[in-house]
Write a protein that binds this ligand. Structure first.
Ligand SMILES: [Fe+2]
Ligand SMILES: [Fe+2]
Length: 228
């Protein structure tokens, strides 16, 4: 009996963790394409749910790296792939290509400098991800190489958290105040057009599945689930 008890306990723990309600919204619930009542900032907030989820995962992977817990080069590569091809990409493209160029001239350029600063932060974030990619080449080259990876990851997380806070506290309330209903509708339509192809090609499902897989793996690595 005891022989079966341990594996059964582990299976229960893994399923229990995998089936528990996620802390952040999952991407299939990002329904702005169908919901016409959402505002521009609702959509940007929805994007941030995924971005924050990825920052949390990168933090977990980095913790594992620094504390000798199981985490692979492939885990980091997957995280980078999701960040640069999905989570950050979608959000920043909406701002870089559609929203900010129009907002720069709004109210006689009232927020021009601030928007310029946010755009520069997008560039810095992409640079950090590129540096992380380069540092990962030496993943198996010992403690020094791992410390470098962890340092870049921590710095990226910190700069993104600050960026998100600035947008949520300053940018989004201002957008809600200055955009007319027609402008809201126009931007939402443009956002929809930008993601239409990815949605049709199942890109959202693909990356959502990758995120869920990483969440399960890193949960186990952190030691919240007992392994054999
Ligand atoms: Fe941004
Ligand atoms: Fe943003």
């Amino acid at each position: 009996m005891k022989r079966f008890l341990v594996p059964l306990t582990v299976i229960f723990c893994v399923c229990n963790t995998a089936c528990s309600v996620p802390q952040h919204r999952i991407y299939p619930e990002h329904t702005h394409i169908k919901n016409t009542n959402l505002s521009v900032t609702d959509i940007l907030h929805n994007d941030f749910d995924i971005v924050k989820r990825m920052l949390y995962l990168l933090g977990k992977a980095t913790y594992c790296l620094e504390n000798g817990k199981p985490v692979s080069k492939g885990n980091f590569q997957d995280l980078i792939k999701i960040i640069s091809e999905f989570s950050d990409k979608h959000h920043q493209e909406k701002e870089d290509k559609v929203l900010f160029p129009a907002l720069k001239v709004k109210n006689d350029g009232e927020k021009k400098d601030f928007l310029g600063r946010l755009l520069m932060e997008h560039v810095s974030a992409r640079d950090a991800i590129r540096n992380l990619t380069s540092a990962l080449v030496n993943f198996d080259q010992g403690k020094k190489a791992r410390r470098k990876i962890a340092k870049i990851a921590h710095s990226y997380i910190k700069q993104m958290e600050k960026h998100i806070e600035m947008e949520e506290k300053i940018l989004f309330p201002w957008i809600n105040k200055v955009l007319t209903a027609d402008e809201q509708a126009m931007f939402i339509k443009k956002f929809e057009d930008m993601e239409k192809e990815d949605i049709a090609n199942g890109v959202h499902e693909k990356y959502s599945a990758m995120i869920e897989m990483l969440e399960k793996q890193l949960e186990i690595s952190m030691g919240n689930v007992q392994t054999l």
